[in-house]
Design a protein around this ligand. Structure first.
Ligand code: ADP
Ligand code: ASP
Ligand code: MG
Length: 396
């Protein structure tokens, strides 16, 4: 029997009615002669009793900063509850099921608590259950170190669990069930007319995910790509085909496939003339690296250096620059728009057209950058949703 992975996100397992739909999907896989391995997220979203954000709100922010290991211990419970509850409901429907923690499912990670990387998967336990006709219901988002400490894989990490297990078990496909019909041309919460993209390449989806489209975790895309296992994003609420991600469509012919964004960016401008006699100006980027401040949209000119950082690093940057007497300006509350499409390569005028559309609607673009399948525009966050709608209308 062929194995498939079925991952159900937080909203899909949030309540009894939704979990009935989850059970229907699992039943259907069994009827089609597949051996499903189920991966679950914690139930619901912020405010729901056992959601990850709710568990995180139970401890003080200072504790969180200093005790990454204890935080992982706490937030791993959300997925455990979800797994046990789904197993009990599967049993009621006559389906034999077993709840497993990440560790019990054989997921061994490094010890980077809160954002661990998977080192290896010992699949014996899972294979044994499957051979006994038992459906393993694995807690997403978590693993265990060689020393036996519980780790988590970063927010949204249940997708990663699904892909990692799919690759380890050489699954036929990895199904990611969520609350939208697939990967769409833009976040449907922002653009009413956004539509589902039926086929995408791993590379394009990775760009989407990496640039803020929350629908799938970038590490999950990377892992599935490495194992060359098809990844399918579907809605748990209906029978729509969803988005199929594989290697059959390496080059899309559409100039722009979709638009996404990352909020919480801060633009930093450091002028050479303001820092004439400061030797530190020359080593600016090294200094930031030493302080673990990650930068992007980097433009280095003879007269100035411009880049963006995560808003969370703002005070670290201010302290660092103050101590070194570096004079700088910043623009906070920015968002980075990413306009993605593997068909834009070598096509003249795409950037011009984007800038013209935004300019016509009085949206100031603070900075731009481009790569072979993405154009980035930095705008004020107050304008970002309007900008996405304008560009979606223009290009989709
Ligand atoms: P889950 O809990 O199932 O993992 P997530 O909330 O992590 O679900 O991801 C699904 C959400 O991703 C959708 O509700 C949607 O608002 C958001 N999203 C952002 N960008 C996109 C996009 N381009 N296509 C589809 N959904 C998107
Ligand atoms: N429950 C975790 C989170 O909210 C993991 C996930 O849902 O993928 O980030
Ligand atoms: Mg998710």
């Amino acid at each position: 029997m062929e194995i498939i992975i079925q991952k159900f996100g937080g909203t899909s397992v949030a309540c009894n009615e939704k979990r009935k739909l989850v059970i229907d999907k699992i039943k259907k896989a069994i009827e089609n002669n597949y051996s499903p391995v189920v991966v679950v997220s914690a139930m619901g979203r912020k405010g729901d009793p056992y959601a990850t954000d709710t568990l995180l709100s139970l401890v003080h922010s200072n504790f969180k900063k200093k005790n990454a290991k204890a935080v992982d211990f706490l937030i791993s419970c959300g997925e455990m509850i979800s797994s046990a509850v789904l197993c009990s409901e599967l049993e009621m429907q006559g389906i034999k099921a077993a709840p497993l923690t990440g560790g019990q499912a054989g997921i061994i990670t490094d010890n980077s608590f809160n954002s661990a990387s998977v080192k290896k998967v010992n699949e014996e336990n899972l294979l044994k259950l499957l051979s006994q006709g038992i459906v393993p219901v694995v807690t997403g988002f978590q693993g265990v170190t060689e020393e036996g400490d519980i780790t988590t894989l970063g927010r949204g990490g249940s997708d990663t669990t699904a892909s990692i297990l799919g690759v380890a078990l050489k699954a036929k496909e990895i199904e990611i069930y969520t609350d939208v019909d697939g990967i769409m041309t833009a976040d449907p919460r922002i653009v009413n007319d956004a539509f589902v993209i039926s086929n995408m390449s791993y590379n394009e989806v990775f760009q989407f995910a990496d640039q803020g489209a929350k629908v799938i975790h970038p590490r999950a895309v990377e892992a599935a790509m490495r194992g060359n296992i098809p990844l399918i994003i579907k809605n748990v609420l209906n029978e729509s085909k969803g988005t199929i991600i594989d290697n059959s469509l390496e080059e899309s012919n559409k100039i722009i496939t979709g638009i996404t964004h990352t909020s919480g960016r801060l633009q930093v401008i450091v002028k050479a003339m303001n820092n004439k006699n400061n030797i530190n100006y020359k080593h600016l980027l090294n200094i930031l690296a030493d302080k673990h401040i990650s930068i992007d949209l980097i433009n280095v000119f003879p007269e100035e250096k411009i880049f963006t950082i995560n808003e969370e690093d703002k005070f670290n940057l201010i302290d660092t620059f103050k101590n070194l007497d570096i004079i700088f300006n910043f623009e906070d509350k920015c968002s980075k728009l990413a306009i993605i499409g593997s068909g834009m390569k070598g096509v003249p005028g795409v950037m011009a057209s984007i800038l013209e559309s935004l300019n016509n609607e009085n949206i100031e673009v603070l900075q731009t950058a481009d790569s072979y399948m993405t154009i980035w525009c930095l705008v004020k966050t107050e304008n970002v949703e309007r900008a996405i709608n304008i560009l979606h209308k223009k290009f989709m």
